[in-house]
Each structure stands twice: as structure tokens, then as C-alpha cells.
Design a protein around this ligand. Structure first.
Ligand code: PLP
Length: 367
């Protein structure tokens, strides 16, 4: 039986033609297509400015530096994320402070943030995990009250929204266009912001700190996006509403039929874009991942690829333990033993979806 993969980029003639046009133009490095992609992406998010960079990690680092985050500063974020979120804070010279998540949506729990604020807190990085937006009403209110910046890790949340407002419009937004994301440029990233001053600083930082050719006024890197990536990104952006709708329809199909697992929820008023469709499979013993692992093994035998995002929360990663982290964050730790992401990508066929449901529902989860 044909295997069903956990992710698959959807690229067509538009992307191929766009790449060929770049190759024929002779302009390969950052140029007019990057500018066009930035403008289109800013419009998607409903913000004034967008700055294209070479990856989601570069977007996070650039945004942190553009906000002036540096040594001596603390940045509050989620432990239940890809390590890039916290690594960017370390690379900016600041200290990540982890706040536990909510088991209803896997996102940072706003009610727990206040207790971790100190005079050193400079920013909060909420991560819109799996495409479900964080409670941005509570987080932005808290951030305003305490005068800290909000830098959204929207790397998995292209097109997600809270009410009418898009992810990436609540603070400075950071997006990734890695190959598995809802839209891709192979590798790539974007910073979105309402603040022209932050956008200007980001443009300087992504290009060696130069304010003019060979005039470096601040520390910077080469975080530029190529014209090839931007051309693919423009073609992908045109597909995003359709791609997200297909993800949402696949998620609806699964949630209506799956048995024996805890299916993901969408908070009222939120628009989830299902970068991942992540179920929970609790084991009778809460310190065990046996039931989750058994289901993953069974699906693998049926040719259905699954993934665990994330098996080790960031504060318990070996490198972070060496830095002295590891304090108990019980919800993130429990989720890391329970979560299993099932295929939800837009290339799934009705037959694939039926197979996934049949394989999950086959028998009660063993403990
Ligand atoms: C939540 C999160 N943050 C940051 C990143 C980093 O993005 P990139 O891989 O484009 O550097 C990713 C993507 O892998 C991500 O999923």
C-alpha cells in the first residue's frame, strides 16, 4: 500500500515558471521579487511592513535584535516548541525564561506569565504552535501593562487569526518558509510589523548592519532572501487560502471520526491553520508514552507516517540542561509523552483520510 507521508509541499507550474524567470533574469540575490513578496506578505497579515530573511530562525534573531534585546535581558517563551525559538534568544545574548503551556491548545498559558516577569524581561515570544494562535488578547494586554515587546513565533501559523487579526499582526511576527510549512520557499523567513522603525532596523541587520553599501552602523549578518526563494514564495502565497482550507477540511474530517484519542480544538473566535494535526494519546501511567508510541508503531505498519512534535521540551534538551534549565514544567512534559501528529497536509486524498481514520480506530489504544 502506498505510504502516506506526514508532509508534502504542493508546488506546480506557477512555481516552476517563476523560478525559471528568475534564472533567466540574471538577478539572483535580493531584488525586486523579494520586495514584491514582502509587500504581498504584509498585506496578508494586515500590517504595514514585512522584511524577508533566509529562515524562520533568522527572522526570530533579527526581530529580537531589532527590538534591542541583548545581554542581561530575559525573554519569556514556551518550552513546548522547536528549539529554534529559544536558541534565537540565546544567540541574541539574552536568557530564555520558560512558562508552561496549556493542554487545551499546546500554547503558552497567559495566566502563568505574570509570575515569571522580572525587571529584566524585555520581550515575550508566544509560539502559535501547530497553526493555532495563542491567546493574543491576554498576552498583548499583559505586555502593554508591563512595557515588554511581543515577538510572535508564527513560523507554523501563516494565515492563522484571532478574530479579524492575523497572526503576525499583534507584535513583530516571525514566519518560516521551510519545506514542510503551510507555504514554502525551500528555506526562508519573514518578519512582519506595524512599526517602520523596527522594519528599518531589521533590513539593516539582515544585510551586515549596513545602512548604505559598505557602511556598517550596527552588528549584522547575511540573512538575505534570494530572488529564487521570493519567486517561489509569491506563487505559494497565491495558493495559501486554498491550501489552508484543505488543511482545515482534512482536520474537520479527522476530528469527526477519530476514536480513542484526544483531538485538537480550536478556541472560539480563532482560525486554526493546522500546520500539524496533533492528537493526544494519554497512557494510564502519566510518566509513560507507551500508548502514544504503540499507536505510532501501528500506524507505521499501516504505511502512515506520523511524528512527535516534540518528544523533549526545550528546557529539558541536553544543551539547556547544561545551561542549568530543567525545572519542572509539568504540562509541557506530559504533552511531550502524549502528542502524535497525523498527516493533515493538503495533498491527502479522500482515500488517505479514510485509511488514517481506519488505522487509528482499528482497536482501542493499548497501554
Ligand atoms: C515554531 C518554530 N519556530 C522556529 C522555527 C525555525 O524556522 P526555520 O526552520 O525556518 O529556521 C520553526 C521551523 O522549523 C518552527 O516550527
Amino acid at each position: 500500500m502506498k505510504p502516506i507521508s506526514i508532509s508534502r509541499p504542493l508546488l506546480g507550474d506557477e512555481e516552476k515558471e517563476a523560478v525559471l524567470a528568475v534564472l533567466e533574469s540574471g538577478q539572483l540575490a535580493q531584488g525586486p521579487r523579494v520586495r514584491e513578496f514582502e509587500e504581498a506578505f504584509a498585506a496578508l497579515c494586515g500590517v504595514r511592513e514585512a522584511v524577508a530573511v533566509s529562515s524562520g530562525t533568522a527572522a526570530l534573531m533579527t526581530a529580537l535584535l531589532a527590538h534591542g534585546v541583548g545581554p542581561g535581558d530575559e525573554v519569556i517563551t514556551s518550552p513546548f516548541t522547536f528549539a529554534a525559538t529559544a536558541n534565537a534568544v540565546l544567540f541574541a545574548g539574552a536568557r530564555p525564561v520558560f512558562v508552561d503551556v496549556s493542554d487545551s491548545d499546546f500554547n503558552i498559558d497567559p495566566a502563568l506569565i505574570e509570575a515569571k516577569l522580572t525587571p529584566h524581561t524585555r520581550a515575550i515570544i508566544p509560539v502559535h504552535l501547530f497553526g493555532h494562535p495563542c491567546d493574543m488578547v491576554a498576552i498583548t494586554a499583559l505586555a502593554e501593562r508591563h512595557h515588554v515587546a511581543v515577538i510572535e513565533d508564527a513560523c507554523q501559523a501563516h494565515g492563522a487569526a484571532v478574530g479579524e487579526r492575523k497572526a503576525g499582526s499583534f507584535g513583530s511576527g516571525c514566519f518560516s518558509f521551510y519545506a514542510t510549512k503551510n507555504i514554502t520557499t525551500a528555506e526562508g523567513g519573514m518578519i512582519t510589523t506595524e512599526d517602520p522603525h523596527i522594519a528599518e532596523r531589521a533590513r539593516v541587520i539582515r544585510d551586515h548592519g549596513q545602512t548604505a553599501r559598505y557602511r556598517a552602523e550596527t552588528k549584522g549578518y547575511n540573512f538575505r532572501m534570494t530572488e529564487i526563494a521570493a519567486a517561489i514564495g509569491l506563487a505559494q502565497l497565491a495558493r495559501l487560502p486554498d491550501l489552508n482550507e484543505r488543511r482545515r477540511a482534512n482536520a474537520r474530517y479527522l476530528s469527526q471520526r477519530l476514536q480513542g484519542v484526544i483531538t485538537p480544538t480550536e478556541r472560539a473566535g480563532c482560525h486554526h491553520v493546522y500546520h500539524q494535526y496533533t492528537v493526544r494519546v494519554p497512557s494510564p501511567r502519566p510518566d509513560s508514552s507507551q500508548a502514544r508510541d504503540a499507536l505510532a508503531a501501528r500506524l507505521e505498519r499501516s504505511g502512515i507516517q506520523t511524528a512527535v512534535y516534540y518528544p523533549i521540551p526545550v528546557h529539558q534538551q541536553p544543551y539547556y540542561r547544561d545551561l542549568g534549565y530543567g525545572d519542572s514544567l509539568p504540562i509541557a512534559e506530559r504533552l511531550s509523552r502524549e502528542v502524535l501528529s497525523l498527516p493533515v497536509h493538503p495533498a491527502l486524498t479522500p482515500g488517505d483520510l479514510e485509511r488514517i481514520v481506519a488505522a487509528v480506530n482499528e482497536s482501542p489504544q493499548e497501554a
